[in-house]
Design a protein around this ligand. Structure first.
Ligand SMILES: Nc1ncnc2c1ncn2[C@@H]1O[C@H](COP(=O)(O)OP(=O)(O)OP(=O)(O)O)[C@@H](O)[C@H]1O
Ligand SMILES: [Mg+2]
Length: 309
C-alpha cells in the first residue's frame, strides 16, 4: 500500500494553538507528499480537528507555519486556500440545506469560475459587472456553467446511485450519510490538490463505511493527496501510506500503519491497554470496514477513549 510520496505538498512546522490554558495543538510538525494519503488519529480531544482548522485557514495559529506547495500560506483565509487547491470537509458535516444537491456541488466549483468573475481595474465595478453578467449571461458564461454542471454530474456519479437520483432535492432532505457524501462531492468540485477529510465515515454503518473506503481509495488511485482524520482504524490501516498519531496536541508517533499500530506509546495513549479494537493487529482488519470491535451499532468510534492517566 505504501507508495513513494512525491515532493511535499503540505508542510506544517511547529504549529501551535492555545485556547486559554489548553494547548490544543502543540508544536506539531507534519508533511504530506504529493499523492500520499496520511491519516491523523488520536483520542477524542487530541487536537485533530483544530489542526485541520489551522491548515485550512479557519483558525489562526499562535505559533508555527503552514506551507502549501512550497509557499508559506500561514494566516491566509480559507477562501484563498481553497483557490490554491485546498479543500476540506467538516467533522459534523456542512451542506447548504436549502440548496439542491447539484447546487451544493456547484458551490464547490465557484472558486474556479472564470467567465463570471470579471476583474475590472476599478474594484467598485467588480460587483456591478458580475451582476450584469448574471443578468445577461453571455455565451462564455453559459458555456462555463454547462462545463461545470457536466463536471458536477461526474463527481456526483462517484457515489453511485446515492446522489445522482437526488440532484434536484434540497440537501436538507437527504439522509445523514448522503449529506456527508454531498459534502465530499462539493469539496471535490473545487478540484483540490489536497483534500482534508475530517471523519468522513462518522455516523455511517458498516456498509456505508465500506462504500466510503472504496471512494477514498479510488480518489487516492487518481493521485489525489489526502489528509484523513478517522477513528475507524480498520479503514485507516487499509488506506494510509502513513499514520500520524496525536495526543494532547502533540505528535506521539508517525510511520507506516503497521508500525504505528504496534507502537507501545500509541497503544498506551490511544487504547489505555493492549489488543483492543484490533489496533495491534492491522492485518486482521475486515475488508469491508466492519469489525469495529467495541464500537456502537454503527461500528463508530471503537477506540476513542483516552487512556486513564
Ligand atoms: N474553539 C475552541 N475553544 C476552546 N477550546 C477548544 C476549541 N476548539 C477545540 N477546543 C479544545 O481543543 C481540544 C482539541 O479539540 P479538537 O476538536 O481539535 O479534538 P479532536 O482530536 O478533533 O477530537 P475528536 O476526536 O473528539 O473530534 C479539546 O480539548 C477541545 O475541547
Ligand atoms: Mg475532531
Amino acid at each position: 500500500m505504501t507508495s513513494q510520496p512525491g515532493k511535499p505538498l503540505l508542510e506544517v512546522a511547529g504549529l501551535t494553538r492555545r485556547f486559554g490554558g489548553l494547548t490544543a495543538v502543540n508544536g506539531l510538525d507534519l508533511t504530506v507528499g504529493e499523492g500520499e494519503l496520511v491519516s491523523v488519529i488520536g483520542p477524542n480531544g487530541a487536537g485533530k480537528t483544530t489542526l485541520f482548522n489551522l491548515i485550512a485557514g479557519l483558525d489562526a495559529p499562535d505559533a508555527g507555519a503552514v506551507a502549501f506547495d512550497g509557499r508559506d500560506v500561514s494566516g491566509l483565509p480559507a477562501e484563498r486556500l481553497a483557490a490554491l487547491g485546498l479543500a476540506r470537509t467538516f467533522q459534523h458535516g456542512r451542506v447548504f440545506g436549502n440548496l439542491s444537491v447539484l447546487d451544493n456541488v456547484l458551490v464547490g466549483a465557484h472558486t474556479r469560475l472564470r467567465a463570471v468573475r470579471p476583474r475590472p481595474r476599478l474594484p467598485l465595478l467588480g460587483p456591478l459587472a458580475e451582476l450584469a453578467l448574471a443578468l445577461v449571461r453571455p455565451a462564455p458564461v453559459r458555456a462555463e456553467e454547462e462545463r461545470l454542471r457536466a463536471e458536477a454530474l461526474e463527481i456526483v456519479a462517484l457515489f453511485g446511485e446515492r446522489l445522482t437520483p437526488r440532484l434536484d432535492q434540497p440537501a436538507h432532505s437527504l439522509s445523514y450519510a448522503n449529506r456527508r457524501r454531498l459534502e465530499i462531492a462539493r469539496a471535490l468540485a473545487l478540484r483540490p490538490r489536497l483534500l482534508l477529510l475530517d471523519e468522513p465515515t462518522a455516523g455511517m454503518n458498516p456498509t456505508e463505511t465500506a462504500e466510503m473506503l472504496a471512494i477514498i481509495r479510488s480518489l487516492k488511485g487518481r493521485g489525489l493527496t489526502i489528509l484523513l482524520i478517522e477513528h475507524k482504524l480498520d479503514l485507516v490501516m487499509q488506506l494510509s501510506d502513513r499514520v500520524v498519531v496525536m495526543d494532547h496536541g502533540a505528535r506521539i508517533a508517525e510511520g507506516l500503519p503497521a508500525a504505528v499500530a504496534a507502537d507501545p506509546a500509541v497503544i498506551e495513549a490511544y487504547l489505555g491497554h493492549k489488543a483492543v479494537g484490533g489496533l495491534a493487529e492491522p492485518d486482521g482488519a475486515e475488508p469491508d470496514g466492519a469489525g469495529q470491535g467495541g464500537g456502537n451499532q454503527h461500528g463508530e468510534r471503537p477506540v476513542v477513549a483516552r487512556a486513564a492517566r
